[in-house]
Write a protein that binds this ligand. Structure first.
Ligand SMILES: CNc1ncnc2c1ncn2[C@@H]1O[C@H](COP(=O)(O)O)[C@@H](O)[C@H]1O
Length: 506
């Protein structure tokens, strides 16, 4: 893909409504803001800026380094004014990429030296939410005014709810204080509790009483679970039946079995897991298996500032790494509404947003390009064998994403190839392909009433070639995703033939 195509592709991921359920406030700060605040503190002599600058700018951090960075961030950000500012900016950044519902989590902090209590920290966060509304962005964060909010059609809109995090370094008493604060702040948009922090620190037994109390009092609970190997803790956490869990990177078979049988939704943080090396590479990430098995999952950023990502990028990454089409991922984003902690009223509001978006996006799934591909592949070779296992061959004009339909076609031809035991390019008949293309041109003319292959059509074929090569390279070792060379070759041939035919006409 060239840069222009990549930009268009990215625009699409930005344009779909998204739900973000795992974002830490202090992990989502803009780098520019962090540097600006650190520089100011450096000028006041509170910190030595040059000691900090390179730590902030560093991009590849292992898990233990990430927690060192958070300690540093907290030194820089933990005063009321800054908390209000970063909350506002973080929400604006999510809204700007069409996140329509955000559950923002943060750890209420206390610092007696500057008169900061857990409560005043959270009030500063709420002040940040209040200051979000502007000429082109409307926020709903308390639920009270949802009806008026849903009527506003002119501005960008975002619904935000808060989760209070318990840091694994905290005592049981401190965790309980956070839960009580969450209960007191229910009418300010606080709907749940998160357990997070360095996973190598602290003991589940310390947090259990506070988490159980939270659950008993009607707060939703999400847990960072299995970020490092600890099967005893993972089993205990799953038996707690949290509303959701985050990460699930270091799971054993028994943990997967339990997670799946309890159907606990998983917040997937792909870039975070790869950057912190809790998962070795994208293609072995458990997203693939959970998606295939239809387990409840939601794509999230974790710490968009720390890991230099955003939610649209996470969707694009999943699409290219796992070969999942745009409309499938749109549906995945829509499904995330079922796993939010806010109540039915908000869920219904969000479903309306998705229904409206679906009507618009329908036009983006081009049936024309699907017809093209179908005709290309079906007429490429072995026309006399077209009846083999015909039931699996996608019918001309079938609707669906290009990637999805192409994969079905490839499956069919893979089977056909093994049925007839054909392995040489000559036997496959390169020249016969051109006849196929002729037929294609004919049908295209008839069907679309235009003059054969034209500029409008060409990029769509290019896109398919790109897709085929991309799958082929990234998943060579994974049988189910392996695209046989046969198809790749023919699609490549198609493209070069089209190009040379176009060039010779000019
Ligand atoms: C990399 N994966 C992760 N695993 C566990 N905890 C994480 C985390 N990323 C962030 N946090 C938790 O969130 C805090 C920062 O935001 P707040 O100060 O609360 O807004 C970190 O200090 C850590 O406790």
């Amino acid at each position: 893909m060239n840069t222009e195509d990549e930009l268009k592709e990215m625009e699409w991921w930005v344009s779909i409504p998204k739900v973000e359920l795992h974002a830490h406030l202090n992990g989502s700060i803009r780098n520019s803001t962090l540097l600006e605040i650190a520089r100011e503190l450096g000028e006041k002599g509170t910190i030595v800026f040059s000691d900090i600058e390179h730590v902030i700018r560093k991009n590849d951090r292992k898990l233990h380094e990430v927690f060192k960075l958070f300690d540093l961030i907290h030194v820089v950000t933990t005063d009321h004014k800054t908390i209000t500012r970063i909350t506002k900016e973080v929400v604006e950044d999510f809204a700007a990429e069409n996140v329509v519902y955000l559950e923002l989590r943060t750890t209420p902090k206390r610092n007696d030296a500057i008169g900061l209590s857990k409560r005043s920290y959270m009030e500063a966060v709420v002040d940040g939410l209040r200051s979000v509304s502007s000429n082109n962005l409307e926020i709903n964060f308390s639920g009270a005014d949802l009806e008026t909010f849903s009527k506003s059609q002119t501005k960008m809109r975002i619904i935000v709810r808060l989760l209070l995090s318990i840091d694994r370094r905290e005592s049981t008493a401190s965790a309980m204080e956070t839960v009580n604060l969450a209960l007191e702040m229910k009418d300010m948009g606080v709907i749940g509790i998160d357990l997070s922090g360095n996973p190598t620190v602290g003991d589940w037994k310390n947090f259990f009483p506070a988490l159980k109390f939270a659950k008993d009092q009607g707060l939703s609970v999400t847990l960072h679970c299995g970020e490092v190997p600890n099967s005893v803790e993972v089993q205990a956490m799953l038996d707690f039946l949290p509303g959701r869990i985050g990460h699930a990177c270091c799971f054993q078979d028994e943990d997967w079995n339990k997670l799946k049988s309890y159907k606990i939704p998983v917040e997937i943080c792909l870039t975070s897991n790869i950057r912190t090396e809790t998962i070795s590479s994208v293609d072995v990430h458990h997203f693939g298996n959970l998606y295939k098995e239809n387990h409840p999952i939601v794509l999230c950023t974790d710490d968009s500032g720390v890991f230099s990502t955003n939610l649209s990028t996470e969707y694009a990454l999943v699409s290219s790494a796992f070969g999942i089409g745009k409309m499938e991922l749109f549906q995945l984003a829509r499904k995330a509404v079922d796993f939010i902690f806010a109540g039915n009223e908000v869920k219904m509001e969000l479903k309306k947003v998705y229904d409206a978006a679906a009507r618009t996006l329908k036009h983006h799934t081009s049936t024309k390009s699907i017809c093209c591909i179908k005709l290309l592949v079906a007429t490429t070779m072995f026309p006399e064998k077209k009846t083999v296992d015909a039931a699996t061959l996608v019918a001309v004009g079938t609707r669906g994403t290009v990637g999805n339909l192409l994969m079905k076609e490839i499956e069919y031809y893979k089977r056909l190839e093994s049925d007839i035991g054909c392995d040489s390019d000559e036997k496959r008949g390169g020249s016969r392909f051109w006849c196929g293309l002729g037929l294609f041109k004919l049908k295209w003319q008839k069907k679309m009433g235009n003059s054969g292959i034209n500029d409008k059509f060409l990029p769509k074929i290019c896109m398919i070639v790109d897709a085929a090569e991309c799958h082929h390279n990234r998943h060579q070792h994974r049988h189910e995703n392996k695209i046989p060379g046969l198809i790749t070759i023919f699609l490549k041939l198609t493209l070069s033939n089209i190009r040379s035919s176009e060039e010779s006409k000019e």
